[in-house]
Design a protein around this ligand. Structure first.
Ligand code: GDP
Ligand code: IMO
Ligand code: MG
Length: 424
């Protein structure tokens, strides 16, 4: 088995971290390929909870190699903080964490610009995580970005920061009425970070391709989700990268023909954090009930997540865009307590049935969900470990989702812990 890709199939926070952790056992390399520390991936081992923002969740298994690919934007301060957090928990990253020299860096002015841009948008804000993700990708695309590999040459690095800041400082001062950043101080701080992480910096492209050619199993860990994809999501209420399966090739440096399985992780319902349309979003009281049952608070910013029913229109879009070969459904246990569960099977727009997931958010925000209603099973699934033992009503719900999405469900998660997993 060469390369496998796992992606978030909704608006992020589907439980990717948990599923990655479960699949790491059968993998040799775990690779992040896009996004940055805007992600928050939770893994629960026994009663201990770990939250990873930048380092692949596979790091929690001994002997696995973890890669931060070229498509990721790296805030070195956040990376060092995460390495220290892992050290405190007796998890070593020495010799098993590789950071691409091509990955772009996040600087303090990216974070500042992220926040200032949001303030300026006011009502129309995206609700970003404020981690500087968008502005760092802007620099990459306008070709003034500075890469992780640049940290290894002091003179080159200082020259590039100077050139970049001559533009970004002007933006901060003249447009956003902010203080300019001190170039010398910034260079010194970042070279200090470089010194700390230099042993991890490599050209990860040959590393990964050699591994694949030797028959090692490489698992790509998507961050965010399909509906946050800058091309296929609810633009402009999206992130600035491609969290979809194609992103694994670009952001990891492997050919599409190397990919065998593409697993889409869905929550058994839907959540979203940040602004933007959300057709199946529940009215306040029910929204609160799902939020409290599912403990739906952001792993990165702590913001309450918006909650809604499962949306098969999104599901079908996600299957198509990613080429999903199978599905994982998480948080089934959260639905244990609902006497009625709904699934959106179609949208109505101005009275007409919509065939495809709309590309325009103004259309999407006027779409009315058409629901099928399922009776709840009203019994605990947390302790169940085989598909056969699931309540009939839960199986009916799962069967209908697989049928609507025309894709088999491979994994069902009935709790946050590793062992609370059903392989179908
Ligand atoms: P990610 O960003 O996709 O990795 O997801 P997050 O970690 O942000 O959010 C998922 C949350 O759900 C975390 O708190 C997980 O511990 C938790 N979780 C994952 N799977 C399950 C499950 O099957 N049942 C329950 N109750 N919690 C789960
Ligand atoms: P994981 O990997 C959920 C959302 C933000 C905002 C939008 C843009 O844990 O699933 P950004 O800071 O990326 O420019 O914000 O994207 N967002 C996420 N929502 N889970 C995430 O990551 C997210 N990463 C970004 O809330 O709406
Ligand atoms: Mg998350």
């Amino acid at each position: 088995m060469p390369a496998n890709v796992l992606v978030g199939a909704q608006w992020g926070d589907e439980g990717k971290g948990k599923i990655i952790d479960v699949l790491t056992e059968q993998s040799d390399y775990i690779v992040r390929f896009q996004g940055g520390n805007n992600a928050g991936h939770t893994v629960k081992i026994g009663e201990e909870e770990f939250i990873l923002h930048l380092i692949p969740s596979g790091i929690l298994h001994e002997g696995k190699k973890c890669v931060i690919g070229n498509g990721v934007v790296v805030d070195p301060a956040a990376l060092i903080e995460e390495i220290e957090y892992l050290h405190e928990k007796n998890i070593s990253v020495d010799g098993n964490l590789f950071v691409s020299d091509r990955a772009h860096l996040i600087f303090p002015y990216h974070r500042l610009l992220d926040i200032k841009k949001e303030e300026r948008k006011g009502e129309g804000k995206i609700g970003t995580t404020g981690r500087g993700i968008g502005p760092s990708y802007v620099d990459k695309m306008t070709r003034i970005g500075i890469r992780v590999g640049d940290l290894l040459d002091k003179d080159v690095f200082a020259r590039k920061v100077r050139a970049n800041l001559s533009e970004n400082n002007e933006l901060l001062v003249k447009v956003y009425e902010s203080e300019p950043l001190d170039v010398d101080q910034l260079v010194e701080t970042y070279l200090g970070y470089g010194e700390k992480i230099k042993d991890h910096i490599v050209n990860t492209v040959p590393l990964l391709n050699k591994a694949i050619n030797q028959g090692k199993v490489v698992l790509f860990e998507g961050a965010q989700g399909t509906l946050l994809d800058v091309d296929y999501g609810t633009y402009p209420f999206v992130t600035s990268s491609n969290p979809t399966a194609g992103g694994a090739c670009v952001g990891g440096g492997i050919g599409p023909n190397k990919i065998e399985n593409i697993l889409g992780v869905f929550k058994a319902y839907t959540t979203r954090v940040g602004e933007g349309p959300f057709p199946t979003e529940l009215p306040e009281e029910m929204n609160k009930k799902v939020r409290e049952e599912g403990q739906e608070y952001g792993a990165t910013t702590g913001r309450p997540r918006r909650c809604g029913w499962f949306d098969a229109m999104i599901g079908k879009h996600s299957v198509m865009i990613n080429g999903l070969t199978s599905l994982a459904l998480t948080k089934m246990d959260i639905l244990d307590k609902f006497d009625e569960i709904k699934v959106c099977v179609a949208y109505k727009y101005k009275g007409e049935t919509v065939e495809d997931f709309p590309s325009n958010v103004d259309v999407l925000s006027q779409c009315e969900p058409v629901y099928e209603t399922f009776p709840g099973w009203l019994e605990s699934t947390e302790g169940i470990r085989s598909y056969d033992k699931l309540p009939e009503k839960a199986k009916n719900y799962l069967t209908r989702i697989a049928q609507l999405l025309e894709t088999p469900i491979e994994i069902i998660s009935v709790g946050a812990r590793r062992d609370q997993t059903i392989f179908v």
